[in-house]
Structure formats: C-alpha cells, structure tokens
Design a protein around this ligand. Structure first.
Ligand SMILES: C[S@@+](CC[C@H](N)C(=O)[O-])C[C@H]1O[C@@H](n2cnc3c(N)ncnc32)[C@H](O)[C@@H]1O
Length: 507
C-alpha cells in the first residue's frame, strides 16, 4: 500500500466535541519519554530492532518484556543512551498500544486485525517515536521504515512509510481529540486516550471511589500507570542501614517507608549491596505493607511467621531480616518450585537463624495441615497485578475479566487457610498488588462471612501505616489500606490486617 492507499481523512484542528480538555488530560507530555535523540546515532537501528524483537516475543510467546529486554540488550551489546532508547521504545509502545492502535486505525483502510501482526508492531513502534518520544519525524519515519524493510519485507515497508507519514502530519493533541471523538461514553474516551482496556478503567474507577477518592482523579491514576516508575531500593533491617546504602548509591530517601531509597539511576545490578542481598529492589508500597504486617500488635509469643505465597521472595527477604532483629523465624512457602528457588536466592544474606525453611507447598493446605501454628501469616496473594501496570507494560492487554474470577476463588481459599494456620491472637495480613474490589475487600468480606461470628477481627491497618509513613499520607478513613500510584507514588497495593480471636472452625 502507498501513501494514497492510507486513509486521507485530515484531522480537524480543534476539539472534536467543541469542549475544553481537563488540565490533566491535556498533559500528553506526561507520556513522552525524556530522551531526545536529535540526530541519527550509531546503534539506533539496533535499538529499534531490539524493541521490535521484544514486542514479537511478547506477542508470540507470552513473554514478559521486563524479563526479555535486559538480557537481549546485554547479548547484543547495547548500553548507555542506546539501551535507554530501546527500553523507552519497548515499554512505551507496549503501554500506549491502545492509544496508538486507535490512531493507526484512523490512518488505514482496513480493520487492524487484517494487518499482519509484525507489521502492526512496527507501526506501533513508529507511532510511539512520533507521538510519545521526542524523535524528530524524519528520523522516526525513515528508521522505522528501515526496520520494516529488514524485518517484515519491502512491500510492507511502503505501507509503513505511508501510515507513519500520515501520523507525523498531525500533533499528538489533535490525535487525542480525534480518537476520543470516536468513542461515545466517558470511560471509553478515557480508556482510548490513556490506553487502558475499558474493563480495567471501570475497575479502577470503582476501587478509587470506594477508597474515598474523587472520581475525577481517575485520569491521574491512568496517567500514573503510563509513567515509568523510579527504581526503589529496600535496605533490609539488620543487614544494612538506609544511611549505609545511601552512601553507596546516588539516591534519595523514600517518602513512605523508612527502609526505602529512590535510586537516581536505573541499574541496581551495579550496586554491591543489591548483588549480595543486603538490599533489594522493591516497590515502596510493598515495603510499607510488609512493615505494617510485621509491626501489627500481638500479645504473647511472636516467634514463628509464615509467608504463604513467597515467590520470588521480595517480602520474604524483608520479613526475614526484620525477624532476625526480633528473634523470630520465617517459613517461606511457595507453590512453584522455580519460584521457591528464587526465594532461596533472595534470602541469601539474611541470618540463617531467621529462616526456618523454604518449602514448596500449596498454601491452601497449610491451614488444615498445620492449624494454629503461626504467630503471623502473610498472604501476598496471587492477583491480576492491576496495581502494578506501570511496571508490567504488556499486562493490561493480557489480563481478562475472567482472570479476576479465577484468582478471587484462589484468594479466598488462601485467606481461609491463613486464618486456620494462625494461632488464636495471631495476625494475618491479606495483601494484593491489585486494587480491584473483587480481589480485595470482597475476598475479605466473603471469607469472614464463612467463619464463626466473632472469630476474626479487623485491625486498624490505616493507623499502623500512618505511624510508619507519617500523618500527611492520604488514606481513606477505613481499617484497610489502599495505596495508589498517582497519590503515593507506589504500586496500588491493598492491605487488610486481621486478628484471630477465637476458633475459626465451625463447631
Ligand atoms: C504476588 S506473588 C508473591 C510475591 C512475593 N510475596 C514477593 O514479595 O516477592 C504470589 C505468589 O503466590 C504463588 N502461589 C500461587 N498459588 C499458590 C498457592 N496455592 N500456594 C502457595 N503459593 C501460591 C505464586 O506462584 C506467586 O509466586
């Protein structure tokens, strides 16, 4: 297809609906990468080729971009600016796919599912350079056409050239108005502009409102999902202090967790303390909920803790290091053997006396096999991960509403097991990195509804989190805690703390 074959509709130079955009919505720059490779640099083609190859692996092999990209950069010898360019191109294209597909759809004369998938990926890469990064148009078009020629064939390269030239003639803001105008309701408009599946936008809205936030924060939340998070380090108590870790790396203290440092750069693998396990990479929200769990008040013995869903071991390592300072021990449980190996590795630096064992077991069985055996039980439940979309660029397109249903059943079973496994008076934390109500408070209320009345009480997680993070941290006036990327700068972690006060077995 040539230039003429691409649709000739020229976007109008005004808001399609004749109304003003909100300030937040017009911040198209929020999604623009900070890189500005003004001139053609040696290795740029390698960057684009790598981004394309990662996109194909994500599509064809269900690969995770954040697992595939770093080794590919290493094996093809890319570093510095070229590696950063490839990274922004890959993650940005994956995140903003919904927006770019809507733009591409306005530039072609056939439905997108009639375009070969590799060609569509090349178009998305080109669209991100043109609309999401500061790559000059001529470089974005010619380099991407070169990529098409080498990867998908000369015929397709002509088509790519025609479509990208068309995209390049119109500014981002006008494209946003045009794609928004194609949709009829507010959720659909927000979803296409901020590149989320509609069912996720709806779930985010419901969770946001249920946690006491105004609905007009939804745009900020969606935008926060589209921004690359800073790398956050955890200084594991008893192994290294925040000050000692801070002296090793260019960083500044976290806002919420006293164990957190925000890295200025992006290569934690180069930090000795991370390599040897005294420190780790961990979202500040994850640190905060783990600290709150460990600090929840408990009467009587406080010696044996269970991390029921421990893989890959981030929270287990933080818990074990805290346990080491308090004379307690953890059992780290994980159902998948290869993830249990990762837990073992994450515990490399913690004192041997703070880990009883790492075991491979179905957490759902622990409650009946070992009733009343633990003083504290953490259920960091397998979930949709909708709270960590900024970290997992492809996951929003992979998840489906049916995942929520399947996971919620598993979550209820794991929480029930935890409430059996903990001793009377002991504490259970139910944690998800999803704010979806069906995975958070519905799971908790469903499980509590099946237990004898008065056998479990909800603890004030909000007060504990406030004690740790400070009073200026906005939290809903509820006993459970929901964190948000746009408010707290963390993943959207949920925490409910429960205390078992009586028998959880129906007589
Ligand atoms: C959200 S991840 C836990 C993350 C971990 N706590 C950390 O901070 O690194 C959930 C884990 O639960 C595991 N899992 C899933 N089903 C399980 C089950 N029935 N019993 C135990 N673990 C399970 C998954 O394999 C996954 O590793």
């Amino acid at each position: 297809m040539n230039d003429d074959a691409a649709r000739s509709t020229q976007p109008e130079r005004r808001n399609a609906q004749g109304r003003e955009r909100s300030a937040a919505r017009t911040r198209g720059d929020g999604n623009r990468g900070s890189l500005a490779p003004g001139e053609r640099r040696k290795g740029t083609d390698d960057s684009r080729t790598i981004a394309f190859d990662v996109l194909r692996q994500v599509a064809d092999s269900d690969a995770y971009a954040n697992l595939v990209l770093p080794p590919m950069l290493r094996s093809r010898g890319l570093s510095g600016r070229d590696a950063a360019f490839a990274t922004e191109l890959t993650y940005g294209t994956l995140r903003m796919r919904g927006r770019y597909d809507a733009v591409i759809a306005l530039c072609v004369d056939r439905p997108l599912d009639k375009i070969d998938a590799p060609v569509l990926d090349v178009l998305r890469l080109g669209a991100h350079q043109l609309l999401g990064m500061r790559v000059p148009s001529h470089a974005a078009v010619s380099e991407t056409v070169g990529l098409a020629r080498s990867r998908v064939g000369a015929g397709s390269a002509q088509f790519v050239n025609a479509v990208l030239r068309k995209i390049s003639r119109t500014e981002l803001e006008e494209w946003l108005e045009l794609i928004e105008a194609q949709e009829s309701d507010e959720i659909a408009k927000m979803s296409v502009v901020d590149s989320h599946p509609q069912w996720i936008t709806r779930a985010m809205r419901d969770a946001l409102v249920a946690s006491g936030r105004p609905v007009d924060e939804l745009v900020s939340l969606l935008e926060a999902d589209n921004a690359s998070p800073r790398v956050t380090l955890v200084a594991r108590p008893g192994l290294i202090s925040v000050a000692e870790l801070g002296a090793q790396v260019e960083s500044h203290p976290g806002r919420l967790a006293p164990t957190a440092l925000i890295l200025e750069g992006s290569d934690p693998g180069a930090i000795a303390a991370v390599r040897d396990g005294q420190a780790g990479v961990q979202d500040e929200g994850s640190q905060l909920v783990t600290l709150a769990f460990a600090q929840a008040p408990l009467e009587g013995t406080d010696a044996r803790w269970l991390d029921m869903c421990a893989g890959p071991g981030g929270k287990a390592a933080l818990l074990a290091s805290i346990a080491g300072t308090r004379g307690a021990r953890i059992v780290a449980n994980e159902i998948q053997p290869h993830r249990a190996d990762l837990v073992e590795r994450s515990l490399a630096a913690v004192p041997a006396h703070s880990v009883e064992k790492v075991q491979v077991w179905d957490g759902r069985d622990i409650g009946t096999q070992e009733p009343g055996s633990y003083d504290r039980v953490l259920v960091d439940a397998p979930c949709t991960g909708l709270g960590a979309l900024r970290r997992r660029p492809e996951s929003r397109w992979r998840r489906t509403p049916s995942d929520v249903k399947v996971l919620a059943t598993l979550q209820r079973e794991l929480l029930t097991s935890a409430l059996l496994a903990v001793r009377e008076g002991g504490v259970v934390a139910y944690v998800t990195c999803s704010p979806h109500l069906a995975e958070t408070r519905t799971v908790v209320s469903d499980v509590l509804g099946t237990l004898p009345e008065g056998s479990v009480e909800m603890l004030d997680a909000r007060s504990l989190v406030t004690e740790i993070a400070g009073t200026d941290v906005p939290l809903a006036e509820r006993l459970d805690v929901q964190l948000w990327p746009h408010l707290h700068g963390t993943d959207a972690m949920h925490l409910t703390l429960l205390r078992r006060v009586g028998s959880t077995v129906v007589a």
